[in-house]
Structures are given as structure tokens and as C-alpha cells.
Design a protein around this ligand. Sequence first.
Ligand SMILES: Cc1cc2nc3c(=O)[nH]c(=O)nc-3n(C[C@H](O)[C@H](O)[C@H](O)COP(=O)(O)O)c2cc1C
Length: 321
Amino acid sequence: MKLRGLEFGNVFCTSGARGFFGEGYWFHRYARPFGLEYAGSTFIAKTTTLAPRKGNMPLAADGITPVDTRPSCIIAKPVQGFALNAVGLSGPGAAHLLGTKRWQLRLDPFLISFMAVGAARDDRMREAEGFVTLMRAHQRDFCAPFGIQLNVSCPNTGHDPSHLITDAVELLHVLSQLTVPLVMKVSVLMTPAAVLNILRRAPCDAVTVSNTIPWGALPHRIDWKGLFGTETSPLAHLGGGGLSGRPLLPLVLEWILAAKDLELPVPLIACGGILSWEDAAHLLVAGASAIELGSVSFLRPWRVRGIIQTVNRGFVEKRWF
Ligand SMILES: Cc1cc2nc3c(=O)[nH]c(=O)nc-3n(C[C@H](O)[C@H](O)[C@H](O)COP(=O)(O)O)c2cc1C
């Protein structure tokens, strides 16, 4: 998939799957021999905010490594194939991350994920401006082409999602000053028609759908009590959390089909519930230009290498269109 003439590939590892720099998490080392390998996929950094952010996942002194091996803000159900998380964008902030030079030294195209989290609209715009200023100061040091994934859909920041959507147009305009590819990450809660509305008014090169789904949303489609055995989120004390994994797949598939009907003018990157290459195939045949792999890293880690290889081979053999 080319964005502004740059090749970014057709398989991404989603924001949050491999940390801020691709360092991964403690279990990655043990799962690698069994297939948790990302070769052939494009890296997306964990979402950073402009300022340091505590969130709900305690981080070590380096600002990027989770302190706990099993953070209490993540509930994984590997057998059933889903998870609930309320990480809440814990991180050291963009200046710290850029200060390490680890993004600048990457050699392959990748995406940096950014979210503006201020309570008021003006704060969020100021954050985006600050992020652009910071990135510009470092931009010439980057070895590889990069794009920005604008996260307007994290359910764990306590924002009213409808405001974040309204912001998207302005935020995209601010970020476009960087003259790099811009990918907007939405959730299935935002309709394809709403996204089309944004795309008509703002510079954006691709759309990723979906982020996690906030606890309690779409009750007619998601049996929250059936999944977690309770009406109240087990992460209610952290805001409720967002659902990832298997239950997202049919919702993302429907979204892609509806977006294709509407002829959204940019490539669509499907993300949510991809736990096998067949899941990915459904989304690609439905019209997605690329996929992102997320929770599969900890729900079915042994499948990651195979999914990446099969999807890439399918593109070479023109099986998905
Ligand atoms: C532990 C965890 C952390 C995540 N962190 C981020 C993040 O920093 N930024 C983001 O845009 N999405 C984040 N996500 C959402 C994923 O990128 C993805 O959109 C979502 O989990 C749906 O895909 P999946 O079902 O394949 O996991 C996170 C998900 C999980 C489970």
C-alpha cells in the first residue's frame, strides 16, 4: 500500500502491539521461537501524547517498559480470544521518545501514533501544534520515511468520542504541516458516513478501523455480560476499558463493506479481531487495502508469523482482489 508514493506494505502491527520502538514486551522473547515474529510487517509505534502521561500502566524509569509482567489494566482471555484494556496511553511524552533517537534510527518505513488528549478543544489543538513543532525539529534526522497515525479513537482517555471526531478535521490540518502520510485511526463506533465527511474536509491518506470498543458500547451487537460474566466492567475503576479481539471482527468486516459502498476515497486498513490468516482474508476480500495485527500477539502469538507471510503471499499472487 503506497501512501504519498511511499511503500508501507500491506501488513501492519498495530499501535500498542510492540511498544514505542518495536522493543515488544517481556513475553515476546519466549514466544518468538513459536512464531511471534514481525518480519514482513510495518511497525506502528504505541500512541504517544505530547506531554508525559501516567495512564493506568506503571512504567519503569526508562519511561517505556511496563513495570508489571501482568499489568492489572489488561484482562486477557486467550482461550476465548478477546481482551479488555484500560492502559490509557501511559508514556513518557513525545520529546522524551524523540530524545532517544530510536525512531530516527529506524531503517524501514513506519508510523508514529499520536493523540491529543487535552480536556478542551483549544488544548488539543495546542498539543497538535506542539507535536508538529517538535517533530519538525527532528524531522531531518529520520533515516526512514515515516507517517503519522492520528488516534482519534482511544476509549481510555475519558473524552467524549464525538468531540474527538469533530477535532479530527482540524487536527489533520495541523499535522499536515509535516508533509508526511497521515492515517486516521477511528473505531467502528464512527460511521463510514462520518469518516467520509472528515475525509472531504481534511488531508488524510488512509483510515484504520478499528480501535478497541469502549465497555458497554453496541449492546445489541456485543454480549458484554456473556463475555465477562458481569454487567459492570472489571476495569470500571479505570474507566471501563476497551474490548479487542474476536468480537471485533464481524463489526470491522461490516464497516469495511459499508465504507466500500460509500466509496471512501482513501485506502482502508482493517484492524480488529484478526486471529488467523482467514480472518485477514475476509477483510481483504471485502475491500481492505491492508491489515493491522493487534491482540493476536498475546492471544495467538504462534500465528503471527504465518498470518504475515500468508497475507503478503496473497498480495503477490493477487488473491485478495
Ligand atoms: C494492550 C493494548 C494496548 C493498546 N494500545 C493502543 C495504543 O497505544 N494506540 C492505539 O491506537 N491503539 C491501541 N490499542 C488498540 C489496538 O491497536 C487495536 O486497534 C485494537 O486492539 C483492535 O485490534 P485487535 O482486536 O487486533 O487487538 C491497544 C490495544 C491493546 C489490547
